[in-house]
Design a protein around this ligand. Structure first.
Ligand SMILES: [Zn+2]
Ligand SMILES: [Zn+2]
Length: 334
């Protein structure tokens, strides 16, 4: 099959590799749609060639099933939950691979290839009318913010700041609006702020231009926001978020790779803040996102600005991560 592999810093190439073979509890999937995510940036930053394929937002058709697979068949259309887990602990047995302690961080990678194997338990069958593109966006792009907002029970009582209006942040804006919260979108990129407004943000702020704490306090009648959802992966969003939250407010960390030196006394302890991490989504949350799609309550592809072929990935990769050409979300079509 064809796949995009990293050969060193900023060096991706499309190469021919041998087809993956499913283990007894796995299925082989012909990928039809594959998302490019902020956390795929690692393929651009490797020091030398690595024998791994990036991409973890996968919608596709099953073309082979392992000998022990009972609940799926060849021809089934599926979305793949990219967190693998051990498969046998109490969390994994109930589809909560994100909570597995024995293999934390293990992912289904391989979305930047024509075929991928995945454990059968990670596959969510797509309902009629839910497309492969929708499927590719269920577990991460929409499932991640869905799970984060579920976790804190966000509601119409809440003023929510969303830091970072990329694909995940924008989905967070749309999902927070579905819960009738008031949303403040924060992003330095004008096109993304515009998109946040379209997705339902009540107001948007440029963190390079304004004092976020001051503005948020003004908007919330001096109180501060109830919830901050951090999707930017930038340390400064932590500082801004802690300052702009109300007493006993909740900060949810979602965006990866931020670095931030926390001064707990001033910003956390004396404000009685809640600090929460939220990583991807469970099978159940994926199913609930699919139900929202099926009921046309959300359109997961609304932030997809570019659809590209697999062979275009190496050339476009830099633009994708520099937000060039108005890029918000990119899907690979196969
Ligand atoms: Zn991702
Ligand atoms: Zn487990």
């Amino acid at each position: 099959m064809k796949a995009i592999k990293p050969f060193g810093p900023r060096n991706l190439k499309m190469v021919e590799v041998s087809d993956p073979e499913p283990a007894s509890d796995e299925v082989l999937i012909k990928i039809k749609a594959s998302g490019i995510c902020g956390s795929d940036m690692w393929v651009w930053r490797v020091d030398e060639a690595v024998d791994e394929i990036g991409g973890h937002e996968i919608g596709g058709k099953i073309i082979e099933v392992g000998s022990d697979v009972k609940n799926l068949e060849v021809g089934d259309r599926v979305a793949v939950n990219n967190v693998v887990g051990c498969g046998s602990c109490k969390y994994c047995r109930t589809g909560r691979f994100v909570l597995c302690s024995s293999r934390p961080g293990s992912d289904v990678n391989g979305g930047f290839g024509e075929l991928v194997t995945a454990p059968a338990r990670n596959c969510l069958p797509l309902k009629e009318g839910v497309s492969y593109e929708d499927g590719a966006l269920i577990f991460d792009n929409w499932g991640t913010p869905y799970a984060a907002l579920e976790r804190v029970g966000a509601s119409e009582k809440d003023d929510i700041i969303v830091f970072g209006c990329g694909p995940i942040g924008l989905a967070a804006v749309a999902l927070a609006r579905r819960r009738n919260a008031f949303v403040i979108g924060v992003d330095p990129v004008p096109e993304r702020r515009q998109e946040a407004l379209k997705a339902g943000a009540g107001t948007v702020l440029d963190p390079r231009e304004v004092d976020i704490e001051k503005q948020v306090k003004e908007i919330t009648g001096g109180r501060g926001a109830d919830i901050a959802v951090e999707c930017s992966g930038k340390g400064v969003s932590y500082e801004n978020g802690f300052k702009a939250l109300r007493v006993k407010g909740t900060f949810i960390a979602v965006g990866e790779n931020a670095r931030y030196e926390l001064k707990p006394s001033q910003l956390l302890i004396r404000k009685n803040l809640n600090l929460i991490g939220s990583w991807y989504s469970t099978m159940r949350e994926g199913l609930e996102v699919q139900d929202l799609i099926k009921a046309e309550k959300i359109d997961p592809t609304r932030f997809v600005t570019h659809r590209i072929d697999l062979e275009d990935v190496p050339d476009l990769f830099e633009d994708i991560f520099n937000y060039n050409q108005g890029i918000i979300k990119v899907l690979i079509k196969m």
